[in-house]
Write a protein that binds this ligand. Structure first.
Ligand SMILES: CC(C)(COP(=O)(O)OP(=O)(O)OC[C@H]1O[C@@H](n2cnc3c(N)ncnc32)[C@H](O)[C@@H]1OP(=O)(O)O)[C@@H](O)C(=O)NCCC(=O)NCCS
Length: 167
């Protein structure tokens, strides 16, 4: 797989919604009741992603196969140092795509001067964030059920190297 991360475009919306619905029905449904899953599927429509992209920075991971059109395989969103809507095509889970998406937005947040990242994790994704170095801050009940709130310190980008005086 040759995965890159780029900003979301409106044309990605149907595929992004499809990935999210598949995650919810096939993966998150192991941890959450059917009424919550139905509510989330109703919330995360293609139109909603287009709306969200006007107020958050939405990214997609795309797979490039030689001779074929690029294919969207995952998504994540950022509002400052907060993470939203992290979903990877269940068929491609466990291949580093989620880590790649998180590294992308963590780097951008560090470049913007944030010293930590914060995420609300589903029961399903809690272990994923722990693996990426996040630690638990608190627990919360949301309209979409129980969530873990986790944080991870961000390292500051290297300052520009001081010019050496060769005179
Ligand atoms: C959770 C999710 C985003 C992870 O994406 P992914 O591409 O499968 O994750 P990666 O392959 O980058 O995994 C990175 C590491 O985390 C581990 N990991 C991934 N998902 C995990 C999980 N649910 N629990 C524990 N560890 C997990 C991987 O084994 C890997 O560990 P390694 O570095 O030792 O090999 C993805 O499985 C998903 O979309 N799940 C359903 C939707 C969901 O719950 N989204 C989050 C909403 S808050």
């Amino acid at each position: 797989m040759a995965i890159t991360v780029r900003p979301f475009r409106s044309a990605d919306a149907p595929r992004v919604a499809e990935i999210v619905h598949r995650c919810l029905r096939e993966v998150n449904s192991r941890d959450y009741p059917a009424d919550i899953i139905d509510m989330m599927c109703g919330h995360f429509t293609a139109e909603r992603f287009i709306e969200l992209s006007r107020c958050r920075l939405v990214y997609v991971a795309v797979d490039h196969v030689v001779g074929e059109d690029e294919r969207v395989v995952g998504t994540v969103s950022r509002d400052g140092n907060r993470v939203y809507s992290m979903f990877v095509d269940p068929v491609l889970a466990g291949r580093g795509i989620g880590r790649r998406l998180m590294q992308h937005i963590e780097t951008l947040a560090a470049d913007d001067g944030y010293d930590h990242m914060e995420t609300g994790a589903s029961l399903t994704a809690h272990g994923f964030y722990l693996k990426l170095g996040y630690t638990d801050v608190r627990e919360t009940e949301t309209e979409f059920g129980f969530n873990h709130i986790l944080r991870k310190p961000l390292s500051r980008p290297d300052p520009p190297r001081a010019r050496r005086d060769t005179g």
